[in-house]
Design a protein around this ligand. Structure first.
Ligand SMILES: Cc1cc2nc3c(=O)[nH]c(=O)nc-3n(C[C@H](O)[C@H](O)[C@H](O)COP(=O)(O)O)c2cc1C
Length: 445
């Protein structure tokens, strides 16, 4: 069944429990991408437009969201402060700095890359290093992975109580074989009772802190084993504040086109907000997704790779700004690249920051006329000084390659067989299942 809801105009904000997200735009959790530096860059862009929006009629909701965020944040910071004297003090670096509120807190919600529940509970160092937040990140949002209700509950408590996190998202959409072959990620919602138990555990752990819990999932395992409608009801009954749907099956991976009518179907099926996800390449796509599906907000992933200013465009589009912001020239993109590396260097040092940045180079330069020698050198950059020299070689006035607009970017891939534990499809309950091997101890990757 396909349900298409035509809305006169998209709602200006999204309500996740006590948290107002305005505009209703979420940066998708992306492993290896949405670290503190990238989130900051996107947030700065979102705020660049969001700030001017607030002087108009929509100012009230914008201000409301800021106040709400501030209040939530203060609660989080106070909790963090009282518990930071232990060994967690170091990993809570972000928590301490987070106590100051930066006026640059952007509109929208910016989710940290995925953290494993077991890694957090067992104090795995890599996991703790990933839990760093920018001082301006007033609303800390983290995605958790887990298959064991006990680990997920305890990890949620740690995030809310010790890291001042204001939003927890649970990952049930990961399609990679190392996760699905153990029964985790996108294949887990097949086990209805287990899904319910995990969600309830997280919701009850977050509840004393007033923190909303959301789940992110795919349509299902494959076209013959769809789970999203049932998962939506389970999430609603368990007390989740919203459900995000990447409108592909696990078997599709990133291939084909996202099935937006499935988002509409879910929005008509549940009483909690639905966040639509999949194939938003431009701000206009996001507005169109909301209009066509009736979803309450959007989750944007690959479209912002090498294009953090998409969040400025999204804020403008949802703010109904008549003239979209101008597209950046190559010089402006170069400035964005510089800022990205600078932020990375601030968190992980110049050497690691430069290395980490290398994978972003091709995304930033996609479609621009830049010589292969410069591209190759940028993709091997090791120091900020070297970066500056190379960026100075670029033709700063070169206009944005408009042919790139609306084009897919990042992973595409092709459909794949979904690997699952033996007999996985035979039972829909899952509570007796031994999933110890699926409880990943290390985050990242
Ligand atoms: C590099 C990369 C890493 C990702 N990591 C995660 C992750 O850790 N958790 C998650 O729920 N989704 C992850 N995703 C999926 C995205 O959050 C999003 O659902 C997907 O890319 C579809 O949205 P898009 O079409 O806007 O990119 C990842 C996607 C990419 C491209």
């Amino acid at each position: 069944m396909t349900v298409v809801v035509a809305l006169p105009r998209p709602s200006a904000s999204l309500q996740l429990g006590s948290l107002t997200v305005d505009p209703p735009v979420v940066l998708a959790p992306m492993a290896g991408v949405t670290n503190a530096a990238f989130r900051t860059l996107c947030r700065e862009q979102g705020a660049a437009r969001g700030a001017s929006e607030r002087s108009g009629p929509r100012g009230t909701s914008g201000l409301g969201s800021e106040r709400g965020a501030e209040r939530d944040h203060e609660q989080g910071a106070a909790r963090g402060a009282s518990e930071r004297s232990g060994p967690r003090g170091t990993s809570g670096l972000g928590s301490e700095r987070g106590a100051e509120r930066d006026p640059k807190q952007g509109s929208g919600l910016y989710v940290c890359e995925m953290i494993t529940s077991r890694g957090l509970v067992e104090k795995d160092e890599t996991t703790q290093r990933m839990l760093v937040f920018d001082p301006g990140e007033a609303v800390r949002s983290v995605q958790l992975y887990g298959v064991d209700p006990v680990y997920v509950g305890e990890a949620t408590r740690i995030l809310c109580g010790e890291y001042g996190v204001a939003h927890v998202d649970l990952n049930f959409g990961c399609p990679v074989p190392k996760v699905t072959r153990r029964g985790g990620g996108a294949v887990l919602p097949w086990k209805r009772a287990l899904l319910d138990a995990i969600l309830r555990s997280a919701v009850s752990a977050a509840e004393p802190y007033g923190v909303p819990v959301t789940m992110k999932t795919r349509k299902g395992i494959d076209d013959d084993h769809l789970t999203f409608l049932e998962a939506g009801r389970i999430a609603e009954d368990a007390g989740c504040a919203a459900i995000a749907l990447h409108a592909r099956t696990a078997a599709q991976h990133y291939s084909g086109v996202a099935d937006w009518p499935a988002i509409a179907e879910l929005a008509a099926h549940v009483g909690i907000p639905v966040l639509g996800n999949g194939d938003i390449w431009e701000a206009a796509d996001a507005v169109r997704m909301v209009r066509e599906t009736g979803c309450a907000g959007v989750v944007v992933g690959r479209g912002c790779l090498g294009r953090p200013w998409l969040f400025r465009d999204l804020a403008a589009a949802f703010g109904e700004v008549a003239d979209p912001p101008p597209l950046p020239t190559l010089g402006e993109v170069a400035a964005m690249m510089r800022r990205h590396v600078e932020l990375l260097a601030g968190y992980i040092g110049e050497d690691r920051g430069c290395r980490e940045f290398r994978k972003h180079v091709a995304w930033y330069l996609k479609g621009f006329a830049v010589g292969s020698r410069t591209r190759a050198a940028l993709a091997l950059v090791s120091t900020l000084a070297e970066l500056d020299e190379l960026l100075a070689e670029l033709d700063a006035g070169q206009p944005f390659p408009v042919g790139e607009l609306g084009q897919p970017r990042g992973r595409q891939g092709s459909p794949r067989h979904v690997t699952m534990p033996a007999g996985w499809l035979d039972d829909r309950d899952g509570l007796g299942q031994d999933l110890a091997a699926a409880e990943l101890g290390v985050s990242g990757g």
